[in-house]
Design a protein around this ligand. Structure first.
Ligand SMILES: [Zn+2]
Length: 215
């Protein structure tokens, strides 16, 4: 069994969405300074790093993260790659990338993933996201989950309808994946968001599993 961890590092280097409170881990006490224990406080935007969005993120009355079915986040997934020069994931590109396959879960690898390999990371407003048409097409094929390798499925400055059409189709929106070391292909995925009761999103650890015979 081969495990690929596609979780972005939470190391305080971002990138973060403009206006985000980001991420900070503060040691309230530390054995290195003579305290008997090291004890830290975490303060973060729940949309920093790898996370799932719940419908409550954009829809008044939408469910919060504890209501998302784990069944949507665990199971077969297809990782597809979008050409590096593509500025967005359109319906046409999504359909071409899937080559007629209709997986339950799909993750798009784009040029965005190279950001996670940088030591200095800045928010890039021209990141590759789904167009509304692309999201609508994916909603139409009945996906349980859509994953992307930047902080939002929706392009910077686009309407929230891109998120909403996926929520309304029952698809979990998984954002902030680090696919820099991942090849396109079929995997089994395990995505476990933190059980943050009443939150509109939650950080998640996400792994892809490939059995030896499939490698
Ligand atoms: Zn989000």
């Amino acid at each position: 069994m081969h495990i690929v961890d596609i979780t972005a590092p939470l190391d305080g280097k971002g990138p973060y969405w403009p206006g985000s409170s980001g991420y900070a881990l503060h040691a309230d006490s530390h054995v290195g300074y003579g305290d008997s224990v090291t004890n830290s406080t975490l303060r973060m935007d729940v949309h920093a790093g790898t996370h799932v969005d719940a419908p409550a993120h954009h829809l008044s009355g939408g469910v919060t993260v504890e209501a998302l079915a784990l069944e949507n986040m665990i199971g077969p997934v297809e990782v597809v790659e979008i050409p590096p020069d593509a500025p967005a994931i359109t319906a046409e590109l999504a359909e071409a990338a899937l080559q007629g396959a209709r997986p339950e879960r799909v993750i798009f690898k784009t040029r965005n993933s190279s950001v996670w390999e940088l030591d200095q990371r800045y928010f890039d407003p021209s990141f590759v996201g789904l167009t509304f048409d692309g999201a609508s097409w994916l909603a139409g094929i009945g996906l349980r989950l859509v994953g992307v390798d930047y902080l939002s499925v929706q392009r910077f400055g686009d309407s929230d309808d891109t998120h909403k059409v996926l929520y309304r189709a029952g698809a979990v929106v998984l954002e902030g994946l680090n696919l820099s070391g991942t090849r396109p292909g079929n995997y089994r995925m395990v995505c476990l968001p933190m059980l943050l009761i009443g939150a509109e999103a939650a950080p998640a650890r996400v792994i892809l599993i490939q059995d030896e015979e499939d490698r």
